[in-house]
Design a protein. Structure first.
Lengths: 111, 144
């Protein structure tokens, strides 16, 4: 049986120090081949965590998405800088999600 | 009367990661977790879903505030605290903050969908009544 889109996942977990993290995954068919590269499927992968500055707020730690003109890319200087991007090795949503999943575990292991 | 439920799953991190790998590899016969709102533990859910945040959800459902400012007046709480809680609830997937056109850009809080209850699918299932309709059903069944 094939996977039907959309896939909307929200998962909350602790790291090993008890800090709260939110994992948000949104994968949906948009039909806009120009806006979402390469196949019109909109992908957003986010990792947020409770801010050290304000424990009532979350800060964005990882953001991967695929809007034009970049294709699959990671905002690589979060949480401080929103506009810095670097391409990632992914040609579809599955590869992007695998990349995001590996990144999550690196972050969880380091924190 | 059928109530709409926002379901919360409790899944260990290992099980969640296995589920993700199964989705990516296509290695599943039935896809149970297409739309998922899950927590690592019931303790984490209760840490995140504070009484103040539950009150906000109830107020949004029942009183339909047009702005966070109005919501904070309904709740008799300071605006910055209500704003922070609303931003958290948005990040956690319970509400959406809709920008309103106008002289001052206001944010209108709305439930992610018009759910009546939050159902936490833990070994001991817990139900949180959010809407007025849910309360009426509960009171009617309890004959109160």
């Amino acid at each position: 049986m094939g996977i039907k889109l959309p896939i909307i996942h929200s998962y909350k977990r602790f790291d090993k120090f008890g800090r709260v993290y939110l994992v948000n995954v949104e994968i949906e068919q948009s039909g806009d081949l120009k806006k979402f590269i390469p196949d019109g499927i909109k992908c957003v992968f986010r990792l947020m965590r409770v801010s050290e500055v304000n424990s009532h707020c979350y800060e964005l730690v990882v953001l991967i998405d695929n809007h034009a003109p970049y294709g699959f890319h990671q905002h690589d200087k979060l949480p401080g800088v929103q506009d810095s991007r670097t391409s990632i090795q992914a040609t579809n949503w599955k590869e992007a999600w695998l990349y995001f999943d590996r990144l999550l575990e690196e972050i969880m292991d380091e924190t | 009367m059928k109530l709409k439920s926002l379901d919360i799953e409790i899944i260990s991190t290992d099980d969640y990661r296995t589920n993700v790998k199964n989705i990516i590899s296509g290695n599943i016969k039935s896809f149970q977790h297409q739309n998922l709102n899950a927590y690592q533990s019931i303790e984490l859910f209760k840490k995140i879903m504070t009484p103040n945040k539950l009150q906000i959800l109830m107020a949004i459902s029942r009183l339909k505030p047009v702005s966070i400012n109005q919501l904070s007046k309904f709740l008799v709480r300071e605006y910055p605290h209500v704003f922070n809680d609303c931003k958290s609830l948005e990040a956690e997937g319970f509400i959406h903050l809709e920008e309103q056109d106008g002289l001052r850009k206001q944010l209108k809080p709305k439930l992610i969908f018009d759910f009546d209850i939050i159902r936490v699918k833990a070994p001991i299932e817990e139900i949180y009544s959010i809407s007025e309709r849910a309360n009426k059903v509960l009171l009617s069944e309890a004959r109160l």
